[in-house]
Design a protein around this ligand. Structure first.
Ligand code: GDP
Ligand code: MG
Length: 172
């Protein structure tokens, strides 16, 4: 029998420097309790997400920078319920890397994972190199949600987690 899932595992994926840690920090500002899993060298924050008066206990996983070496261990994202795949809208390589992550999740047969594709650093609109149309088309094709955020200004950060709540409520 499958183990009862009490906490929802949310993992951040994406190239180094796209703003994953900044998004978590911006969202959890001050109210977070950080835990370290020494087996995989990553940290997670516990946070209770409230959506439609229902509580969702989240474990929000962030890397300790291992993605810099393209070396995230499968244990990091194994068993994830939600994958937040981030790129930087001013960095085309990070967009390509994000698409590779989508492919990897698909290839691992993690078909029930809720994927949200995130173009971060929206405040740097003026130096954008990845057109919004391109990302939107890609996500439409993949049937995944696309959102642009800025952890600098806070743009769409709360909304991101509202979408997570919405998706979780539809999934349960
Ligand atoms: P990570 O490696 O993906 O965890 O990225 P970090 O959160 O460490 O951020 C990398 C760099 O990008 C830092 O210098 C951040 O201040 C900067 N950064 C993160 N998010 C944004 C954003 O939305 N806008 C801008 N302009 N800079 C950002
Ligand atoms: Mg980081």
């Amino acid at each position: 029998m499958e183990e009862f899932v009490s906490e929802i595992k949310v993992v951040f994926l994406g190239a180094s420097n796209v703003g994953k840690t900044s998004i978590v920090t911006k969202y959890l500002r001050g109210c977070f309790l950080q835990n370290q899993d020494s087996t995989i060298g990553a940290t997670y924050n516990k946070h209770t997400l409230v959506h439609d008066e229902k509580e969702y206990p989240l474990q929000i996983w962030d890397t300790a920078g291992q993605e810099r070496f393209q070396s995230l261990v499968p244990m990091y994202y194994r068993g994830a319920h939600v994958a937040l795949i981030v790129y930087d809208i001013t960095n085309t390589d990070s967009y390509k890397r994000a698409k590779i992550w989508v492919k990897e999740i698909e290839e691992k047969g993690m078909t029930n994972v809720i994927i949200i594709f995130i173009g971060n650093k929206r405040d740097l609109e003026g130096t954008r190199t990845v057109e919004i149309d391109k990302s939107e088309k890609y996500c439409l094709k993949k049937k995944i949600t696309y959102l642009e955020t800025s952890s600098k200004t806070g743009y769409n950060i709360k909304e991101l987690f509202q979408i997570v709540g919405e998706k979780l409520s539809q999934a349960t």
